[in-house]
Design a protein around this ligand. Structure first.
Ligand code: TRP
Length: 439
């Protein structure tokens, strides 16, 4: 395909909205709070923030650099920049990870639609905390989750098939600002509840005795997952960024937006959870089992419930389209399929895996844990090694500075992080977290 014919994001705001739309999603609002709840609260948050800045930003910038430099999908980019070398396997692993992530992620996105529906019909009304918990468990035993999953896959397909500028960019530009606004309203509601301060303490007060190798690995995995890095999503999006945009600025803005939303989700959820005496370690049901209880105990709960689950669905769809796009860009550019055929093939094959993830909690857990804590960090490790030690200083600087137009003042800091700090930190956390080394 000719480079000039490739689709691209039309504006600077469009780029940031699309990349932030990918990053901000169920990872921030569903996954971050329950992983933080399971891994000790404030101490986890601190480790998480360190990883976001020291590893997340460098990996994100590296992905943008690879994608925009090559103007190809996640696999094709490595083939183009390192012809005849095995680096393309990083892209292949990324496409594989995309299937796994999309399969379980869209299942959770489907739950969100059920909860939008329940909010509309006021289905939580008059139920106790126990009954609402059972509602979630019972719902997962029926065939409804699979139906919602299929609907969500089709929504994703519909947007992706329309292409980058008219599909992805158009929707995220409208949806992202609405999302931020709704979350702020819910956060204000949450911190003004009586007894909310315990939740803020849980979220922000670091208890260092809670830190273990597994907690540190979970924080790393969560950072990768939340920022959409380590599997080529942002290589693919990077390939649609025009040559005049500032990549470093984009990476920092997207990371800040993503982190803000995750912390806001924590502020929305934990004070309310503590105010009503609900245990924070409620696993993947945290959002679905506790928030409806909270909503119906607060004034305006019907409206907040509806807004919240619509918000979750919106955040999820701007992320699922970015994961599907990895698969579609690969199929269409490397296997010479039409965009339409590629989108359908991707959707159907993810659909099959997703049915298993929907019916089996085991399959779901394996996909969730393996993708975030194993595939993404390993992918991220090779991405920074590629930029730091193969692509080299000259070509990297040319891409990041837009051929010398931008000053890129922090370039040397970035290169140092990419060459030394990020690879060593990822390797140590990973090996220690899975128990291969001990220190
Ligand atoms: N980051 C998104 C979220 O937090 C999910 C996501 C989109 C993702 N693209 C990804 C996760 C690529 C890992 C890799 O909801």
């Amino acid at each position: 395909m000719d480079i000039n014919q490739r689709d691209s994001f039309g504006s600077k705001f469009g780029v940031i909205a699309a990349a932030a739309g990918s990053a901000i999603g169920l990872g921030n609002i569903w996954r971050f709070p329950y992983i933080l709840g399971e891994n000790g609260g404030g101490a986890f948050l601190l480790v998480y923030l360190l990883f976001v800045v020291g590893i997340g930003i460098p990996v994100m910038l590296s992905e943008f650099t690879i994608g925009r430099s090559a103007q190809r999908n996640a696999v094709g980019s490595f083939i183009k920049l390192a012809p005849g070398k095995p680096w393309y396997l990083v892209g292949v692993m990324g496409v594989g990870a995309a299937f796994m992530i999309l399969a379980f992620y869209t299942v959770v996105a489907g739950w969100t639609l059920e909860y939008v529906y329940q909010s509309v019909i006021n289905g939580f009304h008059g139920k106790t905390q126990l009954e609402i918990g059972q509602m979630f468990d019972h719902f997962r035993e029926t065939s409804r989750p699979v139906i919602w999953f299929a609907i969500f896959m089709l929504m994703t397909l519909g947007i992706v098939i329309a292409g980058v500028k008219n599909g992805i960019e158009k929707y995220t530009k409208i949806l992202m600002p609405i999302l931020l606004l709704i979350l702020i309203i819910i956060s204000i509601r949450s911190i003004t509840l009586p007894g909310s301060s315990q939740g803020l303490k849980f979220l922000f007060y670091p208890d260092f005795s809670k830190i273990t190798p597994k907690v540190i690995l979970e924080a790393l995995g969560q950072a990768f997952f939340s920022l959409s890095i380590g599997m080529g999503t942002l290589i693919t999006y990077g390939s649609y960024i025009q040559k005049k945009e500032d990549l470093m600025n984009t990476a920092v803005s997207v990371t800040m937006a993503d982190t803000l939303i995750a912390v806001l989700a924590g502020v929305a959820i934990f004070p309310a959870v503590f105010a009503f005496g609900i245990p924070p370690a409620a696993e993947e049901g945290l959002v679905y089992k506790t928030l409806p209880v909270i909503f119906q105990q607060m004034p305006g709960g019907y409206l907040f419930s509806l807004l919240f689950f619509v918000l979750l669905a919106v955040a999820a769809v701007t992320s699922t389209i970015s994961v599907l796009e990895v698969i579609v860009a690969y199929f269409s550019e490397e296997l010479n399929m039409s965009r339409k055929a590629a989108t359908w093939l991707g959707t159907i094959s993810v659909g099959v895996l997703g049915i298993f993830a929907s019916y089996s909690g085991k399959v779901f857990d394996v996909l969730n844990f393996t993708s975030a804590n194993i595939l993404l960090p390993v992918g991220g490790l090779f991405i920074v090694l590629f930029i730091g030690w193969y692509f080299g200083r000259k070509r990297t600087f040319a891409e990041i500075s837009n051929e010398g137009v931008l000053k890129a003042r922090l370039f040397n800091v970035y290169l140092f992080l990419v060459r030394f700090i990020a690879p060593i930190a990822i390797a140590l956390v990973f090996l220690n977290g899975i128990g291969l080394i001990k220190f």
